[in-house]
Design a protein around this ligand. Structure first.
Ligand code: WT7
Length: 647
């Protein structure tokens, strides 16, 4: 697909935008030349209890990495997301909820949200939660989940939201890592016509979490669940005992707001820690500019609140901007592939933000489906989570956007808190497949894999960011050394993203995917090391190596090479058993797509697994294996090729 394909901003987008092309250039230049002045001004979009006088205080000098923004400012995020809108838009809709079951929906106004979050905050207090305590949230996509997050922010508790697709073992690991004494959950969730046994999963997880003292359960489906006396309470019973009046806790800008676990190339998931002031400035400013959000518009991000996209662009960013944000409980394919378009028309959605994997899946169902929905309300489309292939971009543009909507391809990460590279509608021309240009304050740099700075505009290599921005993660919870080594050790003086990229002659960035051992499966980040350790925990498995391979819909699929214990037979039954095992250990999102039993894995003479070779075989590209002479036993490669699973 041609790189010369350029979509200039439409006249309509130019006419309405908050940021013209000239303003983008001017603001971008100033954000780099005068960060203190620029961010002091931008911080005024937030209501501070005490406005900050110190703006940027950050160091990327290895190993003394320290990141502080607005450090003497005092604020409360829930007050910024809700209370401050009461004077102007109390009766406007804050959240539209669209249920999994077609025909079920609900909404809350800002006034109602204020009441609900105050009451939830008082329930937390009554159950012993104090400022700084970690609260685990394992809840479905319902309004109460956003309320629960805001209620934590109200009293200064740090939430750790766990995606509903994670298994009891994964929940337990996350609860123990941050030493959370309380878990918020629901009886069950709903997704794609199925119920998700949330409370049951929590019960199983809690067999391994000695620290948890209280479980608060929101009634959702109403089906019976076990309640353990002395530990578990129903939210409704607790809510009946407290008032809805809860004053927001004054928080320092650098007080923690949330922890979100994400996979890396090694070890167990890391607790990415975000703080208060910089995060909310970043989430709200990026939401306003990237989506060119204007009052009264209906905005829908299809993510789950269990991921950072849900945190920044369903809850915090939109609500801080007084937006109407849609929360969708279901999935794009249920009950059929027209669901998203039906919901867009039903709620008159203006801005639609989703992931390439969803677009590709809907594309597979046929263009005639979106073609039946004119969707006149739609103005802007967004993409996030993985590179969008130009074919999917063009399909999205034509059949969903009817060639009249701009598309913003937004590149960012759990670690970045919000969008770092994206077009701004009406200001930056799109090129299908490119995330385009950096946001204010972001100076992307391209290095050769060996770390040499690529100064010419046209370049290819690994993507780093030259300096800190307000929304950046501050540390790995409980393990600052891991934060420093993961992001600042390989390329000293820069933040290392883990992604590869190309910069074209116009200074546009094209993300090429992860350069580390992290897979991106349907926009979900999965560490190969995690899947490997799940596999080797099975009694029949001796050794395992996991790599990615190109997958038409998921972007990447999970390919597992498994060496069995002596005497075990590698057959289809065992494949199924191991697949189920991984689902049980981690969750369905880590389910292996292809599995190959191998008598041995290719290793160097020092015993290191040669992943390069395994990747090539998984990609069915074994003609280009490269140098295999350093292998301890070149013979294993012949067997691996012979029995490859992806043909
Ligand atoms: C990784 C971060 C961003 C929130 C959801 C995922 C990939 C993300 C794009 C994009 C190409 C993208 C990167 C990144 N990625 N957005 N627009 N184009 N790649 O957050 O789970 O922390 O994953 O997703 O590889 O490093 P995450």
């Amino acid at each position: 697909m041609s790189e010369s394909l350029v979509f200039a901003p439409s006249a309509a987008a130019i006419a309405r935008t908050r940021t013209t092309a000239a303003q983008y250039e001017e603001m971008y230049a100033r954000s780099l030349s005068d960060p203190d002045g620029f961010w002091k001004e931008q911080s005024q979009r937030i209501d501070w209890i005490k406005p900050p006088t110190r703006i940027k205080n950050t160091s990327y000098t290895y190993p003394d990495i320290s990141i502080k923004w607005f450090e003497d400012g005092v604020l409360n995020i829930s007050a910024n997301c809700v209370d401050r809108h009461l004077a102007t838009r109390a009766d406007e809709t804050a959240i539209i909820w669209e249920g999994d079951i077609p025909g079920t929906d609900d909404k809350v106004t800002y006034r109602q949200l204020h009441e609900r979050l105050g009451r939830f905050a008082n329930v937390l207090k009554a159950n012993g939660v104090k400022k700084g305590d970690r609260v685990t949230i394992y809840m479905p996509m319902i309004i109460d989940t956003a309320v629960a997050m805001l209620a934590c922010a109200r009293i200064g508790a740090v939430h750790s939201v766990i995606f509903g697709g994670f298994s009891p073992d994964s929940i337990a690991g996350r609860i123990n890592d941050c030493d959370s004494k309380i878990v918020l959950t629901a009886d069950e969730g709903r997704r794609g016509g199925k119920t998700i046994p949330l409370k049951k999963n929590v019960d199983e997880a809690l067999l391994k979490t000695p620290g948890v003292e209280r479980v608060i359960v929101v009634k959702n489906t109403g089906n019976a669940v076990a309640m353990q006396a002395g530990r578990d309470v129903w939210y409704a019973d607790e809510a009946a005992k407290v008032s809805a009046d809860c004053a927001p806790e004054p928080m320092n800008a650098e007080d923690p707001l949330f922890i979100l676990y994400t996979s890396g190339s090694t070890g167990k998931p890391k607790g990415v820690l975000h703080t208060t002031g910089g995060y909310i400035v970043w989430a709200s400013l990026t939401h306003e500019r990237v989506f060119d959000y204007q009052p009264g518009e209906i905005y829908w991000c299809t993510a789950d609140v269990g991921w950072v996209t849900g945190h920044s662009y369903i809850v915090y960013g939109p609500l801080a901007n007084g937006a109407t944000t849609v929360m969708f409980e279901g999935i794009p394919s249920y009950p059929d592939a027209g669901r998203c378009w039906q919901v867009v028309e039903k709620h008159k959605v203006n801005i639609f933000y989703t992931a390439p994997t969803a677009i590709r899946a809907l594309m597979g169902a046929g263009a005639d489906i979106p073609d039946q929905y004119p969707m006149p309300s739609l103005r802007l489309l967004g993409s996030v989570g993985e590179p969008i292939n130009p074919e999917a971009w063009l399909w999205y543009h034509k059949h969903v956007g009817k060639e009249r909507c701009e598309i913003v391809d937004t590149w960012w990460q759990t670690e970045t808190g919000g969008i770092l590279i994206s077009a701004l509608p009406g200001a930056i021309a799109a090129k299908p497949g490119s995330a385009t240009k950096p946001f204010f304050g972001i100076k992307p740099i391209v290095l050769s894999p060996e770390g040499k700075l690529q100064e010419q505009t046209k370049a290819e290599g690994v993507l780093c960011i030259a300096d800190s921005w307000p929304g950046q993660m501050r540390t790995v919870y409980g393990d600052h050394a891991r934060f420093v080594s993961t992001y600042f050790e390989t390329y000293k003086g820069y933040y290392f993203t883990g992604d590869g990229c190309r910069r074209d002659e116009d200074g546009y960035y094209w993300i090429t995917g992860r350069v580390d051992d992290v897979l991106n499966v349907s926009g979900h980040r999965i560490g190969t090391a995690e899947v490997e350790s799940a596999l080797v925990a099975h009694p029949k498995v001796a050794e395992a190596a996991v790599v990615g391979y190109p997958h038409d819909i998921k972007g990447q699929g999970i390919y597992c090479y498994v060496t069995l214990m002596a005497g075990e037979k590698g057959d289809d039954a065992l494949k199924t058993e191991l697949r189920n095992w991984v689902r049980k250990e981690i969750g369905a999102i880590a389910s292996p797509d292809l599995m190959q039993f191998a008598p041995g894995l290719p290793k160097t003479r020092s015993g290191k697994i040669m992943r390069r070779i395994l990747r090539k075989i998984a990609e069915n590209d074994y003609g280009a294996l490269g140098d295999t002479t350093t292998l301890a036993d070149p013979g294993v490669v012949t067997d691996l090729i012979e029995n490859r699973q992806n043909r």
